[in-house]
Design a protein around this ligand. Structure first.
Ligand code: NAP
Length: 470
């Protein structure tokens, strides 16, 4: 029996369901059925999925952020599949991943995501499907196309795909110079329903990309969101593109974003200086080819003396440590921790340098000394995910084996809450994958020759280190 919220209008209904994850078409996908077989097998009415519930969105009110527990708010159960819009596909999700936005949704910070769904629900008839009393989350996926809507031209049943999370309305004129500038731009599985942490996800055709053939499903599932974001920030002309010889300071350099940022800087001929918080992470980065690494925990930087006051001496100490390593200040600072580091980031950037930021994990009310910005002609550049062109180019770096997936751990769909807890508490490295339809790890490689060329050692760098105990 499964608790089902929703339908045309959300209401609590209890219905009989299949065993979690069991359906004829998913079994067919698992056994490598042909496109014709998949097309002739019925779609189920329900799918297993990870979701938060509207009636629980205040469950953590009054608690400290660190005490809000994704294991309590993320549910795994069967939910109904919506009708497919003409420009959408159903994807059998072989594997997905935990992104930090899964954490934000699960702790209802900084906002409950039901507000996003309700706004989308008001936009169109198809948008109405999203405004439910449950929110199926997840902004990454690798899988197989099960059905394609009538307006889908470039993809067909049976295609093996990865999914990027830029969800745009192509009938909105503001979507057409750079879709990230679109006033209707959303992140799939965060600001929309029917995301990737499910056996079957609903995906717009313009989110699809080819699955890298040398990767397993779980390796293929962890890249699109973080790699595309780092690509726009450090490679695309829309961000702060690295040129040969640039020094780039990368906060959280062995985390989701940082592990891709390091690889893009190296590929562009720059010099990454990674900041991390453990000896294990220092070793991981050395194996990835990042020679210069700062352990912020060992160095005990205290950028904030107290809640209201920053310590410029500590900013200077970080700057001196960077100079001692590479002999100069960073041309670019790759920012995302936010409040705890932004003052230091603005200070240590080179005269004329750029601080490119896409997030504020530790707090979004930022404080920095503006004198260091204007007197030294620095720029703060905001960035957010990537447009389809950038996501496609970022995916190509994976397809070519020039960037490797920083997969560190794999959890089953039922344990998504535990995986999100790990990420929330910074107990992970790189990316955590979630197995959905794939029955076990290690499946999905169709080009072993390329895999051998990229190298098993390189592909498993992030899996060779034990995580630190709490
Ligand atoms: P992640 O895997 O948790 O990595 C973040 C890293 O940041 C951690 O490994 C940690 O590294 C470091 N860190 C955390 N708190 C810090 C602090 N107070 N001071 C210094 N370093 C700190 O997360 P992620 O996937 O990289 O995402 C990071 C942030 O970016 C999240 O807020 C996420 O929501 C956001 N994001 C935004 C976009 C976008 O498109 N706008 C895309 C992806 C992610 P150490 O402890 O080793 O230093």
């Amino acid at each position: 029996m499964a608790l089902v919220l929703g339908g045309d209008r959300p209401s609590d209904v209890t219905v009989a369901s299949n065993l979690a994850g069991m359906s004829e078409i998913l079994d067919a996908v698992r056994s490598g059925a042909s496109a014709e077989e998949l097309a002739s097998t019925d779609m189920p009415a329900m799918t297993r999925a990870v979701f938060v519930r509207r009636d629980e969105q205040t469950m953590f009110d009054g608690m400290l952020s660190g005490d809000k527990d994704p294991r309590r708010s993320l549910h795994v159960d069967e939910v109904p599949l919506p009708q497919l819009a003409p420009d959408e596909v159903f994807v059998a999700v072989m594997a997905s991943s935990i992104n930090f936005n899964s954490v934000w949704t699960s702790i209802f910070e900084p906002l409950s995501t039901f507000g996003f769904l309700d706004r989308l629900g008001k936009e169109s008839i198809w948008g109405q499907r999203h405004a439910l009393d449950y929110h199926v989350i997840g902004s990454d996926a690798a899988g197989v196309v099960l059905r394609a809507g009538s307006a889908v031209r470039n993809w067909k049943v049976g295609d093996e795909v990865t999914v990027h999370c830029n969800y745009v309305d192509d009938q909105d004129p503001t979507s057409h110079e750079d879709s990230m500038l679109s006033s209707s731009q959303r992140i799939w599985g965060f600001e929309t329903n029917f995301g990737g942490l499910a056996d079957i996800a609903v995906v717009k055709a313009n989110q699809l990309m080819h699955k890298p053939t040398h990767l397993t499903w779980e390796e293929a599932a962890v890249n699109a969101l973080c790699n595309s974001t780092a690509y726009r920030m450090l490679v695309s002309h829309n961000g702060a593109p690295v040129t040969q010889g640039d020094v780039v300071l990368i906060w959280g350099a062995s985390g989701g974003l940082g592990s891709f940022a390091v690889q893009h800087v190296l590929n562009s001929g720059g010099t990454p200086v990674g900041v991390v918080s453990s000896d294990t992470k220092v070793k991981t980065l050395h194996e990835l080819g990042c020679e210069y690494v700062i352990d912020r925990r060992a160095n005990e930087y205290r950028f904030w003396k107290d809640e209201h006051t920053q310590d410029q001496g500590e900013w200077r100490r970080l700057g001196n440590d960077i100079r001692a390593l590479v002999g100069e200040d960073p041309d670019i600072v790759f920012e995302h921790p936010g409040r705890s580091t932004m003052g230091a980031s603005v200070f240590v950037a080179k005269r004329g340098g750029t601080i490119v930021t896409c997030a504020a994990t530790s707090g979004y009310m930022i404080e920095y000394d503006n004198r260091h910005l204007w007197m030294k002609l620095k720029t703060i550049k905001g960035s957010h995910f990537s447009n389809y062109r950038e996501a496609w180019a970022a995916n190509q770096t994976i397809i070519d084996g020039k960037v490797v997936p920083p997969l560190s751990a794999v959890f089953p769909l039922e344990e998504t809450g535990v995986a999100a807890f790990e990420v929330h508490h910074n107990r992970h490295e790189g990316k955590i994958a979630i197995l959905c339809v794939a029955p076990e790890e290690g499946l999905g490689v169709t080009n072993s020759e390329l895999r051998a060329r990229v190298g098993e050692d390189r592909l498993t760098i992030f899996r060779r280190h034990d995580r630190e105990p709490l």
